[in-house]
Design a protein around this ligand. Structure first.
Ligand code: SAM
Ligand code: SF4
Length: 320
């Protein structure tokens, strides 16, 4: 396990309906979130154990103050050689010129539609123009950019093929994600309608020449390309969970819960552990112990959740 997804905050400036209820989630008091110093300490220990890639996520990472200073410090940890970011793009634009100097290698921009009205319906906020501006600034900056689009019945199906069309002239990787029940309320539909197979069949209706490409090791996405197009597409079977065998990820939530699987309900509270005054050796030993007892896949992790903890938390706490 060499890839950490670190949620730097649980707060967000959008209200995407697949992630949070309209009224938002109950945010934790600031003192219950990990401080930047605590995050750096946990990351240094993880780097010593072989973690080399970190993705910063949230909530919306740029809602937390001084994020760029934190990233600069993270980049100085020996062994961390890939820092990446997942963002909704609302506050991101002005920081892009400094991304490469603080060590940010790739950015995943969440954008489910290029239609302003549908964007408002999905995110419940009127921030479309800023997000699209961020997208084009990212492309101009030359940084590797991926678009994350959650596929939702009745919301953005008409956008799937236009998102694929973007890959014709832009070197962008558009990833379609199966909707998961992490919206603070449980499943929206009795069962998943747009699974990875249906998504690809739909796209093949407009692009019959679509080709499967070789995925990088540990990829959770099935890659495809329209021959001759500059960019690629990918489908993430996040609900169907077909990728567990190659998953190399661990997650730290904003309050310091370690998740060794997206579907577990947090296997250990590192915030209270480090606040109790433990040493770095004790922190590393604890990580090793927890990695050793990781569930074999997302279904087993879900079964191990405590009885009163159904899968209905908000993705803004988990970090995606
Ligand atoms: N706020 C940032 C953003 O939206 O990019 C980072 C955090 S967000 C929780 C991380 C990713 O999780 C986003 O790409 C979002 O689309 C995805 N996500 C959120 N809720 C989801 C759900 N219920 N099913 C699938 N993906 C989801
Ligand atoms: Fe915020 Fe990201 Fe969740 Fe949307 S998906 S509400 S932008 S945390």
């Amino acid at each position: 396990m060499n890839y950490l997804r670190l949620a730097v905050t649980d707060r967000c400036n959008l209200r995407c309906f697949y992630c949070m209820p309209e009224e938002g989630i109950k945010y934790l008091p600031k003192k219950e979130l990990l401080t930047y110093e605590e995050m750096l300490r946990l990351c240094s220990n993880l780097a010593e154990l072989g973690v080399s890639k970190i993705r910063l996520t949230g909530g919306e990472p740029f809602v937390r103050n001084d994020l760029m200073d934190f990233i600069r410090n993270l980049n100085e940890i020996p062994g961390i050689n890939s820092i990446n970011l997942t963002t909704n793009g609302v506050l991101t634009g002005k920081y892009i010129p400094d991304f490469s100097s603080v060590g940010i290698k790739t950015v995943n921009l969440s954008l489910d539609t290029f239609d302003k009205e549908r964007f408002f319906k999905i995110t419940r906020r009127n921030e479309f123009d800023k997000v699209v501006d961020t997208f084009y600034k990212l492309l101009d900056s030359g940084i590797d950019v991926k678009i994350n689009a959650v596929v939702m019945e009745g919301q953005n199906i008409e956008d799937l093929n236009s998102l694929v069309a973007l890959t014709k002239d832009h070197k962008v990787d558009v990833r379609f994600i199966e909707e998961m029940p992490f919206n603070g309320e449980g499943m929206h539909y009795p069962k998943l309608i747009w699974n990875h197979k249906k998504i690809i069949d739909h796209i093949k209706g407009a692009y019959p020449e679509l080709q499967r490409i070789v995925d990088p090791p540990n990829s959770t996405s099935y890659g495809y390309q329209v021959p001759g197009y500059k960019g690629q597409i990918g489908v993430i079977a996040a609900f169907t969970r077909t990728f567990c065998g190659t998953c190399n990820r661990i997650r730290l939530t904003a309050q310091g819960q370690l998740k060794t699987c997206l579907y577990d309900d947090g296997v250990f509270d590192f915030r209270d552990f480090i606040r109790s005054g433990v040493s770095d050796v004790q922190i590393k030993d604890k990580f090793i112990e927890l990695f050793g007892s990781r569930a074999k896949d997302g279904f087993e992790a879900e079964k191990r959740r405590s009885a009163n903890s159904i899968v209905s938390e908000s993705m803004s706490t988990i970090g995606g």
